[in-house]
Design a protein around this ligand. Structure first.
Ligand code: KIV
Length: 287
């Protein structure tokens, strides 16, 4: 007997590990609200990342730095209402985990306790190890993020690929090993050479999730709006557009405008009628 998606089991951090062990690629997509979360869940994804890419694709900022804890809590709650089967991971926004371990713990805890997330993601290697250890000791699963870490674009000099030199590649590998030791259940590898990502994926027992890191990672993540062609302000080479909903949406909206202006919409099928008796009673009583 086949099972529907909603009957399938909740994805957990343990399922992540098992998929890596079985060599089954993990699928991760971002979502930021109720309806996008429902679509991602229905499509059968393993994991929804409520990414701080929210700042760019939903809130219209130039980068992710302006996203706040309040923004994240608001959008995470909406995603939680739309999806229950995939593992739900919340990005920790810029400055919500860098100031102190205490701050980081409190903010990560809020994402689980107040917004129903299953895990958090934060950017960086060695300097984050202590914070990650405290989170894990407190029962908060952590996904790491190495390579191009967008919250550091001011240090990296923009959205540039990382680890292209042997020395910088070695640092990323060392950071990945540190994050695994610290207890991360998975690590996002963003914009690094394919062979470096393959090497890291082989060395780690936890899954790597690639974005712009080639085909040798244990899973892949893309931004919802990029997959569906809904965001064209920035198009890195690692993005593949699987449907052009941006164009389809503009055409549909233009059709609505045209039908309103030519009085084709609303038709009788979109309108409510009133019985003749009631109408006559109304108009007969008017002076
Ligand atoms: O914020 C985000 O969407 C991300 C992914 C691109 C990995 O961090």
């Amino acid at each position: 007997m086949s099972t529907t998606l909603s009957e399938q089991k909740k994805v957990t951090t343990l399922s992540f590990k098992q998929k890596k062990q079985r060599g089954i690629p993990l699928t991760v997509v971002t979502a930021y609200d109720y309806s996008s979360a429902m679509l991602v869940d229905k499509a059968g994804m393993d994991c929804i990342l409520v990414g701080d890419s929210l700042g760019m694709v939903v809130l219209g900022y130039d980068n992710t730095l302006a996203v706040t804890m309040d923004d994240m809590l608001h959008h995470c709650r909406a995603v939680r209402r739309g999806a229950s089967r995939p593992l739900l991971v919340a990005d920790m926004p810029f400055m919500s985990y860098q100031v102190s371990v205490t701050d980081a713990l409190r903010n990560a805890g809020r994402l689980l306790q107040e917004a129903g997330m299953d895990a958090v993601k934060l950017e960086g290697g060695a300097p984050r190890v202590e914070t990650i250890q405290h989170m894990i000791q407190s029962g908060i699963p952590v996904m790491g993020h190495l390579g191009l870490t967008p919250q550091s674009i001011n240090q990296l000099g923009g959205f540039r690929s990382q680890g292209n030199k042997a020395s910088s590649a070695r640092l990323i590998l060392e950071d990945a090993l540190r994050l695994e030791d610290a207890g991360c259940f998975a690590i996002v590898l963003e914009s690094i050479p394919t062979r470096l990502a393959e090497l890291i994926s082989r060395r780690l027992s936890i899954p790597t999730i690639g974005i712009g890191a080639g085909n040798g990672c244990d899973g892949q993540v893309l931004v919802f709006h990029d997959i569906l062609g809904l965001f064209d302000r920035l198009k890195p080479r690692f993005v593949k557009t699987f449907a052009n909903l941006g164009e389809i949406s503009i055409n549909a909206l233009a059709e609505f405008k045209n039908e309103v202006e030519t009085r084709q919409f609303p038709g009788s099928e979109n309108s409510f009628d009133m019985s003749d008796d009631e109408w006559n009673s109304l108009t007969g009583s008017l002076f």
